[in-house]
Design a protein around this ligand. Structure first.
Ligand code: G3H
Ligand code: 13P
Ligand code: ZN
Length: 322
């Protein structure tokens, strides 16, 4: 199967009550781990590339790695998506360079400026058979070079979504309902503790999601910042010399519920980083004499695969939907 857009994937996901995972790719091991898991579980998957990933690995290398993954996994639909494009030029470069989907993230601009830039990208993208994700509302955390400080984030205003989608012509919409980027999504003082002493974050704003969906029936919604920051990996990092105190993410149960509703794309990056880093730290601690990168990248790649398989089965519900 050649690279696909997300149009068909989202339609099936919307109707089927599941979501497609969008995982960030930065190197060969990550591309392999993700697509091997999706291939074995017969799940559609979105591989997404940030501006930072392009700067790190080079556009051509990333596209060629994804092309190799398509050859190796011919039975599953794979989309190649630009994550958090911040200019028309960056989106155009990815559209011209083989991506099937781009995100224009003008969410930090005014409503009118967001519409104007999103519309410009949509016109170019649609003329080239590429789909566009846009964003309304701002998430806390770091998105490439844009840092949204704690307290400066704002939930999506449901009363704005119809006008935004109609005027821009975007194909999917990322909304802010309480998720955020990175491994520190909540401060401990924002959380409560359950009977086992585990920190429980405040719930996502499902009321906002439901209001948005009511106004945009059938329209695919996207959730960024959807890592769950599994505590076993935080513990692994910290046990083997890391220092990630109070890292906390979005409970998987909430993401599963969002996937049953109108959320068709769920973005996960930090959990892959955690799984790789925890396993590499462990490997180094247990094999101080080893220095062949293949020795420690192999368990790291397996950790990516295991993490993605877990998400497909337990969070996204996309197994067998290829
Ligand atoms: O939303 C951000 C993604 O996790 C990508 O992160 O810009 O460091 O590649 P990055
Ligand atoms: P996480 O940092 O929660 O993995 O979010 C990733 C993301 O939204 C990429 O766009
Ligand atoms: Zn994001």
């Amino acid at each position: 199967m050649a690279l696909v857009t997300t149009t068909e994937m989202f339609k099936k996901a919307y109707d089927g009550g599941y979501a497609v995972g969008a995982f960030n790719v930065n190197n060969m091991e990550i591309v392999q781990g993700i697509t091997e898991a999706a291939g074995e579980l017969k799940s559609p998957v979105i591989l997404q590339v940030s501006k930072g990933a392009r700067a790190y690995a080079n556009h051509t290398y990333l596209v060629k790695l994804v092309e190799a993954a398509i050859i190796e996994n011919p039975e599953i639909p794979i989309a190649l998506h630009l994550d958090h494009g911040d200019t028309f030029e960056l989106c155009k470069s990815c559209i011209d360079g083989g991506f099937t989907s781009v995100m224009i993230d003008a969410s930090s601009k005014s409503f009118e400026d967001n519409i104007a830039l999103t519309k410009q990208v949509v016109e170019y993208a649609h003329a080239h058979g590429v789909v566009v994700e846009a964003e309304l509302g701002t998430l806390e955390g770091v998105e490439d070079e844009v840092v949204v400080e704690a307290g400066k984030a704002s939930y999506t205003r449901p009363e704005e979504v119809e006008e935004f989608v109609t005027r821009t012509g975007c194909d999917s919409l990322a909304i802010a309902i309480g998720t955020s980027h990175g491994a520190y999504k909540f401060r401990p003082e924002q959380c409560t503790r359950n009977a086992d002493g585990i920190l429980v974050p405040p719930p996502l704003r499902f009321d906002v999601l439901e209001e948005v969906s009511k106004r945009l029936p059938g329209f695919p919604i996207v959730l960024h910042g959807s890592s769950s920051v599994p505590q076993e990996f935080v513990k692994m990092v910290n046990t083997y010399g890391g220092n990630m105190p109070d890292a906390i993410g979005i409970p998987e149960k909430e993401l599963r519920h969002a996937a049953e509703l109108s959320v068709c794309k769920i973005n996960i990056d930090s959990d892959i980083r955690l799984a790789m880093t925890g396993n590499i730290r462990k490997y180094f601690a247990e094999h101080p004499e080893h220095f062949d990168p293949r020795q420690y990248l192999k368990p790291a790649r397996q950790a990516v695969k295991d993490m993605v398989a877990h998400k497909i089965v337990n969070v996204l519900g996309s197994a067998g939907k290829a």
